[in-house]
Design a protein around this ligand. Structure first.
Ligand code: ATP
Length: 382
């Protein structure tokens, strides 16, 4: 059977008075995709979700599901269902009646809806709990009931608004695996809103990174993490050091950059070679950095290309690696994640001067994008 639940957004725009919440967004979510909308608070994730659901109508543009415009259709006729953060289960109803509720609203006869609800409870491995009320369930079991309640109408698209944010850390990790497993099992499209980078890259096939009502990058999880398109995505997703410099030469497909601190970097130029004096941006993953303690910090640098010199201000043991925070001479932060074996063979301490360097092939070019996103608030600390 062909998969259904493909979503197309075409120049979708939403204004609330003077606020442009969604700014002409176009994107395609293939059928059966687990898609995460990711971005800082206020970037428009929930507004986008609500327009797909039919809880908000766009100011302009179109929402299509399986090729048909759904504008003006109520949620039930779009083939979408929504699962909310708090699950919104009815506390006085049993699990069976919670799950059967949407069928009751649609006028399905009692015997038929109870039969379907039992089948759905069975699919989410909760049939043994049919007669309990939500207060008698764990957080994870409540999530399964909420999923069963959303899925009983056979939606093509399940929309999940911050489904894990109310849970503690342990349950959150367990439940995100559950969601992924359910999505695989039901084979429908999931669109999941989150502001947690790790959550998005752990569960999603398609990660959509948003800022200011626009999409900065929509890509596979690994691509968003490993090859961010812009300075904003690299900083927001985290795990990267973002640097820049002015072009002094172009050689063999790489631009040579000098930064204001006296460092020299190389960055691949791609198809368009930059002119001398242009500013170029790059990222290097924190786990690609090699680090060595400088025996004599006052000695002149040996001119090592693709390196920075700075002072260690913190080391943090993370189990399989050690996170080393280095302050550069102008106060900027640089982070190296050093494999624990390598670190402890040659440890550094707070106050040590170090040379951090990286191979030219680990450098990734970035487009520059200003954002109000404050890096101190976010970014995965990996
Ligand atoms: P969060 O992670 O904090 O939930 P978000 O990315 O989901 O944020 P939205 O709730 O979509 O962001 O809001 C996007 C923008 O639209 C914000 O500037 C918000 O203040 C504004 N906005 C959202 N809903 C309304 C509304 N009903 N009336 C006026 N402005 C609104």
């Amino acid at each position: 059977m062909a998969q259904t639940g493909g979503i197309e957004l075409a120049n979708l725009t939403k204004r609330f008075g003077d606020t442009l919440a969604i700014d002409s967004v176009s994107m395609t979510v293939p059928p059966g995709t687990y898609c995460c909308l990711l971005g800082p608070s206020g970037c428009g994730k929930t507004t986008l979700l609500r327009m797909i659901a039919g809880h908000d109508e766009p100011t302009a543009g179109d929402v299509r599901i399986d090729g048909q415009s759904v504008l003006g259709l109520p949620p039930a006729e779009r083939g979408t269902a929504m699962m909310f953060q708090s699950y919104a289960l009815f506390p006085h109803l049993t699990c069976l009646d919670n799950v059967a509720f949407n069928l009751k609203v649609r006028g399905v006869a009692k015997a038929a809806r109870r039969k379907q609800a039992h089948e759905m409870l069975d699919r989410v491995q909760m049939d043994g709990f049919a007669d309990r009320v939500p207060a008698e369930l764990s957080g994870g079991q409540q999530q399964r009931i909420a999923l069963a309640r959303s899925l009983i109408t056979n939606p093509k698209v399940l929309l999940l608004d911050e489904p894990l944010s109310a849970l503690d850390e342990f349950l959150r990790l367990q439940m995100r695996g559950n969601l992924r497993q359910m999505q695989n099992e039901f084979g429908i499209t999931f669109v999941h809103v989150t502001h947690t980078q790790m959550e998005a890259i752990a569960v999603a096939d398609l990660v959509v990174v948003m800022d200011h009502g626009q999409i900065d990058q929509a890509d596979r999880a690994r691509a968003v993490y490993d090859t961010p398109r812009t300075t904003y995505v690299a900083r927001f997703i985290g795990g990267q050091n973002v640097l820049s410099g002015k072009v002094v030469a172009v050689e063999n497909g790489a631009a040579i950059l000098d930064d204001a601190r006296g460092n020299r970097f190389t960055v691949p130029t791609g198809d368009t070679a930059p002119g001398t004096g242009e500013t170029r941006y790059l990222s290097i993953r924190r786990d690609r950095i090699e680090m060595e303690k400088l025996a004599d910090p006052s000695a002149a640098r040996d001119g090592t290309v693709n390196s920075v010199v700075g002072k260690v201000w913190m080391t943090e043991y993370q189990g399989t690696w050690v996170k080393v925070n280095i302050t550069l001479p102008d106060g900027e932060e640089f982070v190296a994640n050093i494999d624990d074996g390598r670190f402890f063979a040659n440890p550094v301490h707070e106050g040590d001067m170090v040379l951090a360097r990286w191979p030219a092939e680990s450098v990734h070019p970035l487009e520059h994008r200003e954002s109000s996103f404050d890096t101190s608030r976010g970014g995965m600390h990996t």
